[in-house]
Design a protein around this ligand. Structure first.
Ligand code: SAM
Length: 225
């Protein structure tokens, strides 16, 4: 069993290294098919007349490239430079580099956009990462800050009844670890807490391969609510 750092700063650094080495050892780690959440996001963002999407935790960009191929302009971010390098190379190869940009960003830090300047935020399997509950609340508050009133946030997470949770080592603070990756399995209570004063549009369990997932779609209410 791999030893896992659970101190706050050490954990963050160790997870970044773990993801960097995973992407370096296995390019295109997540495959080239878009996630089910990205397919749903295209429907939801399209229906809302959205053109621009900020993606958090994009990895090597299977969803960013899919969204770009569907006509959206995508700004993809991740804290792994090897993953972003792969994303940029694929975007160039596929002629999508005019519609996809990629930038290094750790979502523990404030999001770069100014207040109320973003139409939509998308994050597949990011909120499951090694965040404390207070980091999760700060992240969702940051998403809300950058979205325009009426802006959409679509995210998807693995849930507590995911079969792989039984192979994980339990850590403090509701986190668990497997093969050096640390994360959190979600339940609907946590989704509800994070939804706070948002308008919750969709909360849908689904299976994706062997993963048991939950798709969450929320709207930032108009200013003053
Ligand atoms: C399970 S992968 C999902 C990648 C991509 N969304 C997909 O579905 O193909 C999780 C991603 O989150 C990124 N990540 C983890 N912690 C992060 C953080 N604190 N800030 C930014 N990205 C992070 C990892 O580098 C990894 O690319």
């Amino acid at each position: 069993m791999q030893r896992v750092n659970t101190g706050h700063v050490e954990l963050a650094r160790a997870q970044q290294e773990r993801w960097d080495s995973a992407y370096a050892q296995r390019p295109q780690l997540h495959g080239s098919e878009p996630s089910a959440a990205a397919r749903r996001a295209v429907e939801l963002f399209g229906a809302a007349g959205i053109d621009d999407v900020l993606e958090l935790g994009s990895g090597h960009g299977r969803d960013a490239l899919f969204l770009a191929g569907q006509g959206f302009s995508v700004h993809a971010t991740d804290f792994s430079e090897p993953a972003l390098d792969q994303l940029r190379q694929t975007a160039q190869r596929d002629g999508l580099d005019d519609r996809v940009t990629a930038a290094l960003h750790d979502v523990r830090d404030p999001l770069p956009p100014a207040d109320a300047t973003v139409d939509a935020v998308f994050a597949n399997l990011l909120l499951n990462m090694a965040f404390s509950p207070s980091e999760l609340h700060s992240l969702v508050a940051e998403v809300r800050r950058v979205l325009r009133p009426g802006g959409r946030f679509v995210y998807a997470v693995r849930t507590a009844d995911d079969p792989s949770s039984q192979y994980c080592q339990q850590l403090a603070d509701g986190l668990s670890a497997h093969d050096g990756f640390v994360g959190r399995f979600f339940d609907e209570d946590l989704v509800g807490e994070l939804a706070g004063a948002w308008q919750l549009d969709e909360l849908r369990p689904y299976d994706e391969g062997r993963r048991r997932m939950l798709l969450v779609a929320m709207t930032r209410p108009p200013a003053g609510t």
